[in-house]
Design a protein around this ligand. Sequence first.
Ligand SMILES: [Zn+2]
Length: 376
Amino acid sequence: MTSLLVTNIGELVSWDDERPVIGNAAVVIEYGHVAWIGDRTAAPDADAVRDVGGVAVVPGFVDSHTHLVFAGDRAAEFEARMAGRPYEAGGIRTTVSATRAATDEQLAANVARHVSAMRAQGTTTVEIKSGYGLTVRDEARSLAIARQATEETTFLGAHVVPDGTDQAAYVDLVTGPMLEACAPHARWIDVFCEEGAFGVDEARTVLQAGVAAGLQPRVHANQLGPGPGVRLAAEVGAASADHCTYLDDADVAALSDSGVVAGLLPGVEFSTRSPYPDARRLIDSGVTVALATDCNPGSSYTSSMPFCIAVAVREMGMTPLEALWSATRGGAFALRRDDVGHLSVGAKADLVVLDAPTHVHLAYRPGVPLAVPLTR
Ligand SMILES: [Zn+2]
């Protein structure tokens, strides 16, 4: 069978330029790509037919920011935080110890388990960062393991300075031997530009070294307080500046002028009981917004894009349609991908079937497992 007609779609969200949302629709899939979309009654013949019974179909979620290569968990830290202790970046070091002690097989099994859980909730494209190894060997193997699960791999040696290491010497290591060992396994270079992690000059050095090695930049910026991360992202032409929780007007202008995507990660604010980023302000200022899980054992241990959509709608001023756009098309922009995050003709046929009549139910029924990729 070479073509499949998916029909009786109550609501098709395709993000097609002409008709982004179509009622009573159908899709034809050929060779793994979308070959036709439109009104059900106008659908062409195909080798096989699937009737989805009037439910909604949306593009698979694009989770543009995760840290899946790790071992252990930090449930005790979460429990303490919920009892009133603030989040500090240094908690990362706990996961670094556990990750270094794990075998390749254990790390790969953890990644596979999380990717499988994501897929079961509608995520069809995922970015995965290193950053819990912080040695040449452990960063390189983290990325090699991530590469088994996705092409969207990000070298984040500059996540935090490991214990007992001089900050300047560590930046030299990250931009020297570590980058050399990691670049073959990575598409992206990232840095945690934040008080307690890396300053703006160090972060610029890391990103420029990555670019020189053929990687494309993205930045962890303005998570824990105001800072220069977002403007650095604009300066270096990063694909995205992620977190964007504490922004002044100049930061917002820098994002909208540069076209850098603001990657919002509401699982972090949820799990650290922190103020949410203001998505409404960003969208109204013309900034492209992506939503992602930031799945990691410290500050956001969720792999659920529908959860992030629900929180973004409830807490961040997004409409259900905007949140879905940011979780699909916005994520694809954050990864500079044109083949995923939408269902226009030519896109990958990453259809997600909702057990619901419209996309609104993703936010309206939080925690309910509604989104499942179409199996072919
Ligand atoms: Zn992150």
